[in-house]
Design a protein. Sequence first.
Length: 65
Amino acid sequence: MGIEVAGIGGFILLILVIWAIVSIVSSGASTGSKVLWVLLVLVLPVIGFIVWLIAGPRGRGRASI
């Protein structure tokens, strides 16, 4: 059972990381900022994704807080 849960968790993390990268690339942030955010999400997937959710650049369709 542990392997299946880990596999599902990894798959969900992969989907979330891909979603984050697509959102970062489509945001209105500068190119340098986009590169740094993508690197953060790729190098530290869980922590990078959480930090991006809280403080990252917003996509074109998302309202700014």
